[in-house]
Design a protein around this ligand. Structure first.
Ligand code: ADP
Ligand code: MG
Length: 416
């Protein structure tokens, strides 16, 4: 990817914007960009520098993202809406072409890293509530005040506020001969979480999908005690507006990352703000359990889309016929009765049962969490609450008294 039109190769110490920003180390990367910790010599602060690939289509996408986050910054002068802040943007010319660069406030680990760090065991519900509040504040602001749909909400795109201090002595300039490649993906190399994480055995993300035999069985790896996450402030911000759109100016039919995709997107029956609410519910579930809510696969005789719809119905109940047959792609999956064409036998297990049986929630925790989540997972998009309504939900202000919501006291004693 380091060729004409591709990524810009960055060396630590490289200057940007006539020497105002100095590259320190790589923070992350995406399909279109690499993101660097940089030192802003003007404000004497650290920033995140997102450097886009140079080809025309990537530049176009970056211009769009800049337009969106600029309107976000204009709408939130006090920077209190839990959305990443744009500080500056400029063009940088390198051997592979001209790259659009965004200077963003420097944030910390993503929710995905947090989930991994907690060994896919799920966070305490009190922490889940704090994160949910932040994401809802962001969504309410984007939806109601700006008319923007994010369209790609997922744990990777919600970052915690940085809990680590970057180096006291920034690299001012100079050419350290280190060329970091995006696939080297060191993410926040110096963060506490990643250092510990590296020591932990990596394991694949599991999914509750595996309830059903047609998708194979789960690996039976023994659970080790969760790491203590006490003292980590659970505030976060939504990032990555590369795919965001205005509700009255949509671009793509197929939006969202697979596991967080709403049913109306699969069926192509039109979408609006409520697609973000669906993804939000999937994130909340994943935070609380450590598993993705829906992780569909292609199987023999059925597509990933059809598996996805089956998984939804197994937990949420049968999709109302009118909705099932109402989309441009409905005929690919449903017969005229509203039954799936190729996956005939569904194994229903309602959400609260999943939480109790598989994740060892108490009955009360499971019921309360389900009351919060299930309206957001309505098959009918119009029935889903708005972010504003959701912020009023009593679940957000409940407190688990001992800070430990699950019945895993045995595990707790082992906590290091
Ligand atoms: P893409 O559009 O290419 O997916 P993102 O904006 O999602 O790019 O950024 C890619 C990764 O870079 C993120 O997942 C995160 O790890 C890191 N990152 C992005 N923005 C910041 C930031 N403001 N502070 C710290 N890390 C960031
Ligand atoms: Mg991203």
């Amino acid at each position: 990817s380091y060729r004409k039109g591709g990524y810009h190769a960055v060396r630590i110490g490289d200057p940007f914007a006539s020497g105002r920003y100095i590259a320190q180390r790589k923070l992350g990367w995406g399909q279109f960009s690499t993101v660097w910790l940089a030192y802003d010599t003007q404000s004497s602060k650290y920033v995140a520098l997102k450097i886009q690939k140079s080809a025309q289509q990537f530049a176009q996408a970056a211009l769009h993202e800049i337009e969106v986050i600029r309107s976000i910054a204009d709408g939130d002068p006090s920077n209190s809406k839990c959305v990443v802040r744009l500080i500056d943007h400029f063009k940088h010319t390198g051997p592979n072409g001209q790259h659009l660069c965004m200077v963003l406030e420097f944030l910390g680990d993503s929710l995905l890293q947090l989930i991994r760090f907690n060994r896919y065991k799920g966070l305490e519900l009190n922490k889940v509530r704090e994160i949910c509040k932040c994401v809802l504040i962001a969504l309410d602001f984007l939806h109601r005040e700006l008319g923007i749909i994010h369209t790609d909400l997922k744990p990777e795109n919600v970052l915690l506020l940085s809990t680590i201090d970057p180096p006291k002595d920034p690299i001012r300039s100079g050419l350290t001969p280190i060329l970091e490649r995006p696939e080297g993906g060191t993410l926040n190399g110096g963060s506490t979480m990643n250092t510990i994480e590296k020591k932990l055995k990596q394991r694949a993300r599991r999914a509750i999908a595996n309830i059903s035999s047609r998708r194979g069985s789960m690996g039976g790896e023994a659970l080790k005690p969760a790491r203590c996450l006490d003292g980590i402030d659970m505030r976060c911000k939504v990032v990555d507006f590369g795919n965001a759109c205005w509700a009255d100016k949509r671009f793509a039919e197929e939006i969202q990352t697979r596991q967080y995709r709403a049913p109306e997107v699969i069926l192509q029956s039109g979408y609006s703000f409520s697609v973000d609410m669906w993804s939000f519910a999937c994130i909340a579930f994943e935070l609380a359990t450590g598993d993705m809510m829906f992780a569909p696969n292609t199987g023999e005789g059925f597509s990933e889309d059809e598996d996805h719809l089956a998984l939804m119905m197994e937990i949420l109940g049968k999709m109302p016929r009118k909705i099932a047959v109402g989309g441009a792609r409905s005929k690919d999956f449903f017969d005229r009765h509203g039954d799936l064409k190729r996956i005939r036998r569904l194994k229903y297990l309602p959400l609260d049962r999943v939480l109790v049986n598989k994740y060892k929630f108490t009955d009360t925790d499971a019921r309360e969490f389900m009351e919060f989540l299930s309206p957001l997972l309505e098959f009918s998009p119009e029935k889903r609450p708005s972010a504003q309504q959701c912020l009023q939900h009593p679940w957000l202000n409940l407190r688990s008294s001992d800070g430990q919501s699950k019945v895993d006291a045995g595990m707790n004693k082992l906590k290091i």
